[in-house]
Write a protein that binds this ligand. Structure first.
Ligand code: ADP
Ligand code: GN1
Ligand code: MG
Length: 365
């Protein structure tokens, strides 16, 4: 579906005429555009996004969460005397009616953020310094949200990291086999089934009260944090749609999943898929530098495990989507979700092989 982004942008309280706009970024969920306006200080870019309301069933709830989170972060930055807070937290541009989002005539939900210039997101990390900085930023983000006023955030996607539910949904997709694809992925299904016992570990610890539910990001893939071009610092955590109650270990695990992988998420040459242990070390050091004092002994004991679990979980989700006919994640070619599955499962295997070395890194932190 094509959208009239100029008309949509006109609903927002932005100075100057619309100059241009086009698709931006590599996110799998929302429709993201960079739009440029001619303003007194020169051409100025913004991020325009259509919220995927198939994924986020209650976009208003999403926007309420994001409003609370960004206001809280901005209050902290102001209290600390930070003068570039517009680069350090997402800033929503209100509509001309003063709302934080616009609903178009087709019922699509739109929002606009200030564009964070002179910073990038990376789909694959290049250096351990990037991993360290990104992890520091996600750790600080969780710490800053520990005193969010107003009670827990709404759950924008129910059971998002419920690994048991994810596993059971995969079983249902295999059973239904709506696209007749299950026979072709017998090896991947067997891989998943062999690892079923993993899926209850963190849920059991949570139920036993040994690891706490706190406000977490829940989608800490490393292209959801912007690294400053000049300093390399992780200056802004973005993609706040899934900020809600979760486990710190989910955030840690998803950072490791993306940092250790040396290739694209949908790489077809699986010989390239070998986990980079030095990236695990950098993520661990960066995360513990900012969030270490918020983690208890059980959480620290499960850092390496959480990386395997979350990588496995995302693999299961890609496989489920492949079996269901590619209805959830954006795809750009046939078989892409299957390739993504294979990369995740190969990463799980690589992490299993390196489990002792990963535990040792955590022990000697
Ligand atoms: P999705 O939920 O689809 O992943 P994101 O919110 O992560 O969407 O946005 C997609 C990409 O757009 C990001 O990876 C990032 O590169 C870019 N982006 C998002 N917000 C901003 C921003 N405020 N400034 C600059 N780039 C941004
Ligand atoms: C999606 O939105 P994006 O592209 O940052 C997904 C994550 C997955 C990730 C896999 C809301 O993240 O959960 O881990 O793809 N987001 C949602 O790359 O489902
Ligand atoms: Mg994203």
């Amino acid at each position: 579906m094509t959208h009239d982004i100029k008309a949509v942008s006109a609903a927002f309280d932005i100075e100057g005429p619309f100059v241009s706009g086009g698709p931006y970024g590599t996110g799998h969920i929302n429709d993201t555009y960079a739009v440029t306006f001619d303003q007194a200080q020169g051409p100025t870019r913004y991020i325009l996004q259509r919220i995927n309301h198939d994924v986020f069933k209650d976009p208003v709830q999403v926007m309420e969460n994001i409003g609370r989170v960004t206001q809280h972060l901005r209050n902290k930055l102001t209290a600390a005397g930070v003068d570039d807070s517009d680069r350090r937290t997402l800033t929503l541009i209100p509509t001309r009616d003063g709302a934080s989002y616009h609903v178009d005539t087709d019922g699509h939900f739109w929002r606009i953020y200030i564009f964070i210039e002179d910073a990038q997101t990376y789909d694959e990390l290049e250096t351990t310094h990037q991993a360290f900085e990104a992890a520091k930023a996600f750790g600080a983000f969780m710490k800053q949200l520990a005193d969010l006023p107003g009670g827990p955030l709404a759950e924008t996607i129910p059971a998002f990291h419920d690994t048991r539910a994810r596993f059971d949904t995969l079983q249902a997709a295999i059973e239904a086999d709506v696209c007749n694809r299950a026979a072709d992925v017998a090896a991947e299904i067997a891989f998943a089934n062999q690892r079923e016992p993993m899926v209850d570990t963190l849920l059991d610890l949570q139920r036993a009260g040994r690891i706490p539910l706190v406000t977490t990001h829940n989608d800490t893939k490393l292209n959801n944090v912007m690294l400053d071009d000049a300093t390399g610092e992780g200056i802004c955590v973005i993609d706040l749609d899934t900020v809600m109650p979760g486990l710190a270990l989910y955030d840690f695990g998803d950072m490791v999943r993306t940092a250790m992988r040396p290739c694209p998420e949908d790489e077809t040459d699986l010989s390239k898929v070998v986990g980079r242990i030095e990236m695990f070390e950098a993520i661990t050091q960066g995360y513990l530098a900012t969030a270490g004092d918020a983690l208890n002994a059980t959480e620290l004991d499960h850092l390496a495990f959480s990386a395997r679990l979350i990588t496995f979980e995302i693999g299961i989700r890609f496989l489920t989507d492949y079996l269901q006919g590619d209805v959830y994640f954006k795809t750009h070619r046939d078989g892409q979700n299957l390739d993504r599955t294979r990369v995740q499962f190969t990463m799980v295997k690589s992490m299993e092989q390196q489990a002792d070395a990963m535990e040792q890194i955590v022990d000697t932190r």
